[in-house]
Design a protein around this ligand. Structure first.
Ligand code: M6R
Length: 608
């Protein structure tokens, strides 16, 4: 959570840092701030609320334009309310040092107490202000800031990505990471440090992914990496990022979310590209691993729903028993029933930085079970720590609500099911070919269907946006989509929504049905169609309002029947999911909600 950026170069640093923060705002947006040196004094400008409040503070401010080194922060509050005094950067007591910090220092109260006894005082409730004063305290004992930083980081426990500015050397940035992302961007006569690549992608594509325990010191022309434990110099490879800057911009859409929904046909073809050879699925990343006897899928939020959907295919096509678990539950189980000789743990994470998912991955690694990461972000912690990685290649997902990332995860899960099905001999050549053909037809089908889906979503959103609660019902693979539909509606529009397995309705939830409580039913014309029709009748006979999402084959008629092209079997999900996303998007937009940055949320949940 929180986004940090640092710049040292030849351009006006404050506007550049503000621009970078715009690309990091998805990580947290309850307050923001910028720090820089002006005539040997560290200036800190901070504002509560969205970034525009901070930008307004610089209007007409000419002095700030002269500086060429600055740090910035956009915050998702952990310690201390989202107030200006808790916003970053934080200054040390002597005002020599300023810090921006993403993460949590777990033993900050203890350190704060120790520092207080030495006479330090604190203007905020944050752990970050404690950390910068700890660094300052170490500076009085060590020979220079690099050694002071390393000594302080030895004492501080927890997670951090930090960037520090020193009034005594104001063109140099000091940065470090542990369990929070930090990427160095190497330019010509300018260098960058940020929580995510889009923050500086307009200026350089050459990046170095810092690893846990790294310290980086950079000025405009050079940089050096050190191991924070003993300060030995280290080298890390410079990698070239292939995304275009357009991928991180709205490209004419009202919101990133809408753009990302409409990108899904391309996301599907990108994920499938190079994955097939005749009836074979090519996942060379996994060739060295055996086909598991049991697969454990672990994830959070939308990625968890993708895992639940994938379970159907893996069990059906590959005949592998699959257990799907929420990472925050898995990680605290007293007994993990994992068999290193037979099982594989698959963690799914768009960001690759979700704290619970990462903890689950580490536990599995410790036990010695082969691990596999399915993630979108190159060089992320999941990508680096999993035994093998499958990248979803969805490109940057900026909107906090996940859309195209889920689609790309589902595509890779479908490929995985085909791959294991083929390898284990459970799927014949014809079945493989048939499903590969269906997968390859998806991009065009979806691209053709999206405009009409969008119009229907808009009409239905107008009609239902005043509802206070919603059910989403599905059966089979559609149950996971019902959960996702409900999550999308609540996170974007703040309307209460619950996803249910349709067959569960009569075991309690149906008591809620009345004319004001609508239900969104997923009813593709598949093997469970007749069953879900019975559920629809049960709701109708209790005067419940219903939206039925069904396909061309169905014989359902009524007011709010939303018909989409039919696609047999679970791959129909790739047409159902965008409808759910568009409906939630339109409801939230109609209600005037902040679609890309819903309240209380952040894109990557790097804290527990
Ligand atoms: O980056 P991850 O896939 O690990 O994130 C997991 C969840 O935090 C995420 O899917 C969240 O539920 C979405 N914002 C929902 O739209």
């Amino acid at each position: 959570m929180c986004g940090i950026i640092g710049y040292s170069g030849h351009r006006p640093a404050v506007p550049l840092v503000l621009e970078g923060l715009e690309h990091l705002e998805y990580r947290g947006y309850d307050s923001a701030g910028v720090g820089y040196d002006l005539n040997n004094e560290l200036m800190v400008v901070r504002a509560k609320g969205k970034l525009k409040n901070l930008s307004e503070k610089f209007q007409g401010e000419r002095n700030a334009l002269t500086v060429t080194c600055a740090i910035g922060h956009t915050r998702w509050a952990t310690h201390g309310a989202p107030e200006e005094r808790n916003a970053h950067p934080h200054l040390s007591n002597s005002k020599r040092l300023a810090i921006v910090h993403n993460g949590i220092i777990e033993n900050y109260l203890e350190i704060r107490e120790e520092l207080s006894q030495k006479g330090y005082h604190f203007a905020s409730d944050t752990d970050s202000e404690v950390l910068i004063n700890l660094i300052e305290d170490m500076l009085s004992q060590e020979c220079d800031l690099l050694h002071a930083l390393a000594a302080a980081l030895k004492k501080a426990h927890g997670a951090y990505a930090i960037c520090v500015l020193d009034r005594e050397d104001p063109q140099r940035l000091y940065a470090a990471r542990l369990a929070a992302p930090l990427i160095f961007g190497q330019g010509i006569g300018e260098n960058f440090i940020a929580s995510d690549i889009p923050a500086f992608l307009a200026y350089t594509r050459d990046v170095v992914f810092l690893e846990d325990g790294d310290i980086l010191v950079a000025d405009s022309d050079s940089y050096q990496l050190w191991k924070s434990s003993d300060l030995t110099p280290i080298q890390r490879p410079v990698q070239q990022i292939q995304w275009s800057m357009q991928a991180a911009q709205k490209g004419g859409y009202r919101h990133f979310m809408l753009k990302e929904i409409f990108e899904q046909p391309k996301v599907i073809s990108d994920a499938l590209s190079g994955r097939f050879e005749g009836s074979r699925v090519l996942l060379s990343e996994l060739d060295a691993l055996p086909v598991p006897k049991r697969l454990h899928i672990i994830a959070c939020g939308t990625s968890f729903h993708a895992g639940l959907w994938g379970q159907h295919l893996l069990e059906d096509w590959a005949r592998i028993p699959v257990q799907v678990e929420i990472a925050s539950e898995f990680r605290y189980k007293e007994r993990l029933l994992l068999n290193p000789d037979q099982d594989i743990v698959l963690v799914i994470s768009q960001s690759g930085e979700t704290a619970d998912t990462l903890a689950a991955l580490r536990m599995a690694n410790e036990i010695g079970v082969p691990t596999l990461g399915l993630c979108n972000v190159l060089g992320s912690s999941v990508a680096r720590e999993a035994g093998a990685v499958l990248y979803t290649q969805a490109g940057p997902e900026i909107s906090v609500a996940s859309t195209k990332a889920m689609t790309s995860q589902m595509i890779m899960l479908a490929c995985l099911a085909l791959y294991y099905g083929y390898r284990s001999g459970n799927l014949g050549v014809d079945e493989c070919l048939q499903n590969i053909d269906r997968l390859q037809r998806l991009p065009l089908m979806l691209e053709t269907a999206l405009p009409e889906m969008h119009s229907t979503a808009r009409l239905l959103a107008r009609k239902f946006s005043q509802s206070k609660s919603f059910f989403y019902l599905g059966r089979g693979h559609c149950f996971s989509l019902a959960l996702e539909g409900a999550l999308k509606l609540k996170e974007l529009s703040y309307i209460h929504a619950e996803g249910y397995a349709a067959g569960e309705m009569k075991h309690g939830p149906i008591a809620l049905i009345d004319p004001t409580f609508p239900t969104f039913v997923l009813a593709p014309h598949d093997v469970l169609y007749e069953k879900i029709k019975s559920n629809i009748v049960e709701i109708q006979s209790r005067q419940g309002q219903i939206i039925v999402l069904t396909d061309a084959e169905s014989d359902l008629h009524g007011v709010d029947i939303w018909r989409i092209p039919s696609l047999e079997g679970p791959l129909g999900a790739f047409l159902i999911l965008p409808c759910l996303q568009l409906f939630s998007y339109e409801v939230a937009d109609y209600l005037g909600k902040d679609v890309d940055q819903p309240r209380n949320l952040a894109k990557s949940v790097t804290v527990e």
